[in-house]
Design a protein around this ligand. Structure first.
Ligand code: NAD
Ligand code: UDP
Length: 331
């Protein structure tokens, strides 16, 4: 009880978000690689508020200190500036391995580095998991399906990736990362989980992420044309954070065309932007939609944030970011 009161006092007396009390035996030491990024920082919030000890490891390539600054100084929180391509020796119970650029402009910026992060970086984290007996969750991606020939995509589908195309550094990097997870599981008994996340959006995502939702919102807010690429493309959207369990595809199975998306965002922003059509980009997946039956059955997981609500939250976040930028440009 004394400990519980102390924790309560701590969260009341300090500026931190409220943190649940966890007994020593339930409290886990959790490593989140890429924890200063978009998904990782939300995961950090969740695990910190659940009362765990969280260590974020990030090289700040696309992540920002600002995303986790509200935890800095908290006794359960640690932020380490480290590149996962280098070995890491710490003691933890669980590892959420998210370190990797996620959007095409970011992962294509330095394809060799993207490959190193996803291969050597994952090998290092699996080596760490093996040494300390930690369970590891890999944040994989719908991109392992490449430009899919089956629709919707479920976990049985092996994918259709161009191994030497412009997206290969990421797609193949994640495929090898998955292979490594299962090799460490079979050969070394490491407990692994793989979440194949479909395109996700929300607050703290990078404004220059370069994917469809952030592009359209930014264009709509700035009164610039919304650039729709000329494919029969559609996307499905997910707004949830992953759970720890089996290998699963996670995203929202509701399907929309890109043009519908452009129109919806334009109307939510109440923007006068035009819609402009551009030629197709090389190896862009034509169509994507997760089959989430396995995630539903095994994890009881399904997306909970409705599309418009998720978009509105992201729009608000981007508006605040643009304001913040405008106010700070002369500092
Ligand atoms: P993000 O770019 O916001 O976050 C990635 C984080 O990893 C950043 O903080 C970045 O600085 C860090 N990082 C990159 N390389 C690193 C390295 N070598 N060492 C240490 N840190 C490094 O992206 P996100 O959207 O939060 O994605 C997180 C994970 O989820 C990624 O592994 C991504 O592949 C996966 N994922 C994301 C989506 C999505 O739609 N956002 C979809 C599928 C999969
Ligand atoms: N590794 C690490 N932290 C650890 C243990 C290992 O970063 O706590 C790295 C290690 O440097 C190696 C990789 O993980 O590059 C794979 O380790 P493993 O023990 O599986 O293979 P080995 O070192 O025997 O090749």
């Amino acid at each position: 009880l004394r400990e519980k009161i102390r924790d309560l006092e701590l969260s009341l007396s300090q500026k931190y978000p409220p943190v649940k009390f966890l007994s020593e035996k339930d409290r886990k030491r959790i490593l989140i690689t890429g924890g200063a990024g978009f998904v990782g920082s939300h995961l950090t919030d969740k695990l910190m508020m659940d009362g765990h000890e969280v260590t974020v490891v990030d090289n700040f390539f696309t992540g920002r200190k600002r995303n986790v600054e509200h935890w800095i100084g908290h006794e359960n929180f640690e932020l380490i500036n480290h590149d996962v391509v280098e070995p890491l020796y710490i003691e933890v119970d669980q590892i959420y391995h998210l370190a990797s650029p996620a959007s095409p402009p970011n992962y294509m910026y330095n394809p060799i580095k993207t490959l190193k992060t996803n291969t050597i970086g994952t090998l290092n984290m699996l080596g760490l998991a093996k040494r300390v007996g930690a369970r590891l969750l890999l944040a994989s991606t719908s991109e392992v399906y490449g430009d899919p020939e089956v629709h919707p995509q479920n976990e049985e589908y092996w994918g259709h990736v161009n191994p030497i195309g412009p997206r290969a550094c990421y797609d193949e990097g994640k495929r090898v990362a998955e292979t490594m997870c299962y090799a460490y599981m079979k050969q070394e008994g490491v407990e692994v989980r793989v979440a194949r996340i479909f395109n996700t959006f929300g607050s703290r995502m990078h404004m220059n992420d370069g994917r469809v939702v952030s592009n359209f919102i930014l264009q709509a807010l700035q009164g610039e044309p919304l650039t729709v690429r000329m494919v029969r493309a559609s996307v499905s959207v997910g707004t949830d954070v992953m759970e720890v369990h089996e290998m699963c595809s996670q995203g929202n199975p509701e399907e929309h065309t890109i043009l519908e998306f452009a129109r919806l965002i334009k109307s939510l922003v109440v923007s006068r932007s035009q819609i402009q059509f551009l030629p197709e980009a090389q190896d862009d997946p034509q169509r994507r939609r997760p089959d989430i039956r396995k995630a539903k059955m095994m994890l009881g997981w399904e997306p909970v944030v409705p599309l418009e609500e998720g978009l509105n939250k992201t729009i608000q976040y981007f508006s605040r970011e643009l304001e913040h930028q405008a106010n700070n440009q002369y500092i």
